[in-house]
Write a protein that binds this ligand. Structure first.
Ligand SMILES: Nc1ncnc2c1ncn2[C@@H]1O[C@H](COP(=O)(O)OP(=O)(O)OP(=O)(O)O)[C@@H](O)[C@H]1O
Length: 345
């Protein structure tokens, strides 16, 4: 294991930011810490970096207990959302900075900087100043600077958070490719589930200072361990289990005390009555071009969301106010006491 977090807790005053966190990260992996604002992602990252010390527990990097080592001793590269490059230094000088501080011979520095410029696809821009670069290019320079001294771990705190959606998307793909080339153990913090799903080999879902689940993007999406994970990782319908909708499918718990979860894509919609389907009325339709969102209203006033592909929609020819017959697929039930993420529908 490249990183082992053992039973880490961290308070700020009386506030518990991390609560008995245990985590193991394999060497060479690309891991996302995913969770809502305030869930403790940055605190965990800062503890690994050595920018904070835990109240209890230990942090191991390979076979060294680094819990009380300072930042410099840990050999870690760090990139923040608003990573200030030195404005008065060129790109080349920014990348070389750490190497020069560590008295690496000039010839080696030069070779390493050229290699990194090539890696971040900015060859030819080495003599520019940060103000002459786009936001995305600046973050790539920040990454090159973090990689210059060949850290054993790379930590990225919302590295693309301040960039616009299109640049963010390009940089995600770029980060994946970069990681395939350099293979340094990398942890990045994000509150964006799509970013985590697109980039990471493994996702650590955090909530209120605790880890809710660790798994591959497929595991997290297809087999969420808790209602929080299911509702944080994508849109979801949550309904009481005692509705007719679930009785027909035999998915209801007999006491009706649980909640049933299913994704808006996992809803079969038919226009003619059938034994399995439950009647619902279409409340509204939103055509996003590549997909169509529909609000469906059940008898009793419960509403749910369906997402249809364009071909499905064109085949069904749905209209607002129309009566349809719905059958949920891939439902999951959890006891009603669990907490949901404040996102989703
Ligand atoms: N130095 C500090 N002093 C006091 N409270 C802090 C400090 N650092 C973090 N906290 C609190 O600890 C909690 C966790 O913060 P943290 O930054 O780890 O969350 P996060 O999941 O990274 O959130 P965000 O996505 O908003 O950055 C928050 O409630 C925050 O206000």
């Amino acid at each position: 294991m490249a990183i082992v977090i053992k039973n880490i807790s961290k308070h700020f005053g009386s506030f518990r930011a991390l609560d008995s966190v245990n985590l193991e990260i394999e060497a060479g992996s690309l891991v996302a810490l995913l969770g809502p604002s305030g869930s403790g992602k940055s605190t965990l990252l800062r503890l690994i970096a050595g920018l904070e010390t835990p109240d209890t527990g230990a942090i191991w990097l390979r076979d060294r207990n680094v819990t009380y080592q300072n930042v410099q001793e840990r050999n870690i590269g760090f990139v923040f959302q608003h990573y200030a490059l030195f404005k008065h230094l060129t790109v080349r000088k920014n990348i070389a900075f750490g190497l020069e501080i560590n008295k690496v011979p000039p010839r080696e520095v030069k070779a390493r900087v050229e290699e990194l410029l090539d890696l971040i696809q900015l060859t030819g821009l080495g003599d520019r100043y940060p103000s002459q670069l786009s936001g995305g290019q600046r973050q790539r320079v920040a990454l090159a600077r973090a990689l210059a001294s060949q850290p054993q771990v790379l930590l990225l705190d919302e590295p693309f958070g301040a960039l616009d959606a299109k640049v963010r998307k390009d940089l995600r793909a770029w980060l994946r490719r970069l990681h395939q080339q350099v293979h340094v153990t990398t942890i990045f913090v994000t509150h964006d589930q799509q970013e985590a799903m697109e980039v990471a080999d493994e996702i650590v879902v955090m909530n209120k200072g605790r880890i809710e689940q660790v798994g591959t993007p497929d595991e997290i999406y297809d087999s969420p361990a808790t209602p929080f994970v299911m509702s944080f990782i994508g849109p979801v319908n949550v309904l009481p289990s005692n509705l007719r909708l679930f009785r027909v499918n035999g998915d209801a718990s007999p006491d009706g005390n649980s909640q049933v979860f299913f994704r808006p894509h996992d809803l079969l919609i038919e226009t003619s009555p059938n034994a399995a389907g439950t009647a619902a009325k279409i409340g509204y339709l939103v055509n996003l071009g590549w997909q169509i969102e529909a609000e469906l209203i059940l008898e009793g006033g419960y509403t749910l969301q369906a997402i249809l592909s364009r071909p499905q929609f064109e085949k069904l020819k749905l209209k607002t106010g129309q009566q349809v017959y719905i059958t949920p697929k891939a439902v999951k039930s959890f006891p009603q006491t669990h907490q949901l993420a404040a996102v989703g529908l």
